[in-house]
Structures are given as C-alpha cells and as structure tokens.
Design a protein around this ligand. Sequence first.
Ligand code: SF4
Ligand code: SF4
Length: 211
Amino acid sequence: MPEFLNPVRGFGVTFATMFKKVLTEEYPEVKRPVAPRFHGRHQLNRHPDGLEKCIGCELCAWACPADAIYVEGADNTDEARFSPGERYGRVYQINYLRCIFCGLCIEACPTRALTMTNEYELADDSRESLIYEKQDLLAEPLAGMVLPPHPMPAGMDDQDYYAGRVTSDMAVAAPASTEPVVSSPPLRERARRAPTPLGHRGATGHRGNKR
Ligand code: SF4
Ligand code: SF4
C-alpha cells in the first residue's frame, strides 16, 4: 500500500474491529465463573455437628511463606468445647495484605480445617479490614449444625470425627449456661467495623511467635 494511505489503513483496523465479537467484561454486574480450584478467600470448616475442625496447631502459619497467618491455640474444656480433641484455634487471623494465595497453608493443615473458596472480591480501602479474623473465616453453619461451644455426642471422641462417624443428626445442643456464639457477618458488612486490637502480636506485620 502506498505510504500516503497509511492513515486510512489505521482507520481500517478500527473499522474491522467494529464487527468483531466484543470481549468486554461487564464486571461487576456480570461475574465470570472462575476455575473450580481457583485460590480465593480462605475458609475455616466445621464438622457435621458444627464443631470447628481447626485444632490450633499453627502448621498453616509455619507453612506460610508470606507470614500472613497468626494462630493462637487454647484448650477445650468440658464446659466450653469448640472442636473435637484437646485444642482449638482461639485466635485465627489471615492478613490479606500479605497473602499471595499460594495455597501452602491449606496443604499443611492436618484436619482439612482450612480450605480456599472461590471468593476473590477482597479489595478494600482500609488496611484493618484486610486482616480477617476467625469469625470472618469460619464457614456458615449448615442445616443441622449447632454452633459451638457444645459437647461431642455421647460415646464419641475425636477419632470418630476423623473417621466420619459423626453426622449432623448427632449434634448436641449447647448447655444452657454457655454464651451464645454469633455467626460471622456477611463480608460486605464487616469492612467498616472498628479495628481489632491486636496487641503486641498479630498478622499486622510482626514476625509472630514462630521465628
Ligand atoms: S495462601 Fe499462601 S500466602 Fe496466603 S496465607 Fe496461605 S500460605 Fe500464606
Ligand atoms: S487451620 Fe489447620 S493447620 Fe491451621 S491451626 Fe487450624 S488445624 Fe492447624
């Protein structure tokens, strides 16, 4: 094509593009489904009766290359049981300012307490709201589950949970004296809450208690 026609040639590209299939994503009105194994927000799972799967072992925190997880375990008692067995995760934080969504933490978890959802809308304009606390990460209870603390079913121990012998219809109601547990608020409502006092440690940029 002669050189003096180059400007017209440029418009030719524009003209041809007008008839091509539009690739624009109408996000956020239309959300494309992600791959089933997409690494999104973490979730702390529950056993079928509602007890928490997390045993507060900190293996996820040790496995994290970004030092984004902070865990503090505590002992279950007969009066207040949150998970089967001896220990539960009393404090659990994930700092999404640090997380690189590599998934090493969920590989390290021995009880499959920690998994990753497909939720990817995590952007926020507040640093505090990107530190997710345990109540932000705990799975919503399914039908038949009873929110902890509550006892294990009679005659059952932690091994029965891991062998799959505990089902939702065996859930034991919490004793009348125990404090009610508030389920996690929807993610969109949590962002503007007051920052949690993290004390001298926490997932805010410290090196935690593991190094
Ligand atoms: S996904 Fe990776 S970076 Fe994020 S908390 Fe887990 S181990 Fe750490
Ligand atoms: S999420 Fe899993 S690895 Fe992390 S503290 Fe709980 S049980 Fe341990």
